[in-house]
Design a protein around this ligand. Structure first.
Ligand code: HEC
Ligand code: HEC
Length: 302
């Protein structure tokens, strides 16, 4: 009797041992201690403090099917999704108010979760309470060691939005040509530029540029401020770069206004473009030095 009992408990402990070894290797080589420590991750959204631990149930219920148990984007639905769910362990995010290569702020993640990502299977989660969302932000962060060792970037400064004018739209068009947005997005913004079919994301998966003409919303929000942020911070993990080093803050508004003329929605920008008879850029023509209106009259010939 005693002997059998002993044998039994041996079998049990061996099985438990194997189980732990397996689950250990599956969770990206982090120890139980580190896991516990990470579950202490917090987020701060205004006066709401989010706690990773408190989001475990919501994550399991609403997010795990796509983002996976380990947050690596390998949930059960992953094979059927394009674009693929985000791998949270990398700590790399598209929608940020912070410079390229830096971590997003808690608010960035909080807004993204409520907004969802257009043209993907990531739905808007706007029925959650602020507390639930703040907890989920902390939970998303807890998957990546980067959030333990790095601080989020400093959000970029966005100057107040100026009045839309014909000159600003023309300057924006010059930028669109000079910065070679058209190489990916196409001269008319139809996502058919010469590089469009060759693009890959950081995981070597094919990715398409945004088609400005198809009436969909940009992924990281559709306000003028959101569009400003998209090309001044870049969509990290994709070929869509940050142009912060090439565009002055005030000029960035001109570019936003020009991009609006490419979209089919009714807008003041589109109306002005129509009045101007604005034609798509000609990539073979030399880039104008400045907008026609801003160019001083040519100096008289000597
Ligand atoms: C049906 C699948 C699906 C579900 C369910 C889902 N997601 Fe996503 N999620 C995605 C996909 C796909 C992307 C990537 C979209 C892209 O890159 O355009 C994504 C991206 C994200 C991102 C990254 C955004 C960025 O800026 O890069 C966050 C954060 C996120 N999801 C959080 C959540 C949370 C929290 C939940 C649960 C409340 C959730 N997701 C549920 C599919 C899903
Ligand atoms: C090397 C190719 C490339 C260049 C150059 C490029 N983009 Fe993009 N852009 C992309 C890709 C790819 C996406 C889509 C990323 C995604 O779906 O996650 C994108 C997306 C966008 C978006 C919308 C975000 C969304 O929902 O997808 C805007 C706005 C944008 N680009 C503006 C610009 C502007 C303005 C320029 C020039 C200053 C520019 N891009 C230059 C590749 C490029």
């Amino acid at each position: 009797m005693r002997a059998t009992l002993l044998k039994c408990s041996l079998v049990v402990s061996v099985t438990v041992g194997v189980f732990f070894a397996l689950s250990g290797s599956a969770s990206a080589q982090i120890t139980r201690y580190q896991e516990d420590q990470r579950l202490g991750t917090e987020s701060h959204i205004g006066n709401v403090t989010g706690h990773a631990k408190a989001a475990a149930m919501d994550y399991r219920r609403y997010c795990v099917g796509c983002h996976g148990d380990d947050g690596d984007g390998m949930g059960a639905n992953e094979p059927w999704l394009d674009p693929k769910p985000r791998n949270f362990t990398l700590g790399q995010f598209k929608c940020r108010s912070t410079p390229t290569g830096t971590l997003p702020t808690d608010e960035d993640l909080f807004d993204t979760i409520a907004r969802g990502l257009d043209r993907s299977n990531m739905p808007p989660w706007n029925t959650f309470t602020r507390q639930q969302r703040a907890d989920l932000v902390a939970y998303v962060k807890h998957f990546s060691p980067k959030f333990q060792t790095e601080k989020p970037g400093t959000p970029i400064q966005i100057p107040p939005e100026p009045e839309v004018t014909a000159d600003r739209i023309k300057t924006g068009q010059v930028l669109f040509q000079k910065l070679e947005c058209w190489k990916c997005h196409g001269v008319e913004g139809k996502a058919n530029g010469p590089s469009a079919d060759t693009l890959q994301d950081d995981q070597n998966r094919p990715i398409k540029p945004y088609d400005f003409t198809d009436g969909t919303r940009p992924k990281c929000g559709s306000s003028d401020q959101d569009i400003y942020k998209i090309f001044m911070t870049g969509l990290d993990g994709t070929p869509m770069p940050s142009f912060a080093d090439n565009v002055k803050p005030d000029e960035a508004w001109d570019l936003v206004f020009y991009l609006r003329t490419l979209q089919p929605m009714h807008s003041k920008e589109r109306q002005i473009a129509k009045q101007l008879g604005l034609k798509p850029i000609d990539p073979n023509a030399p880039v104008p030095e400045a907008t026609p209106a801003a160019t001083p009259a040519p100096a008289p010939q000597q």
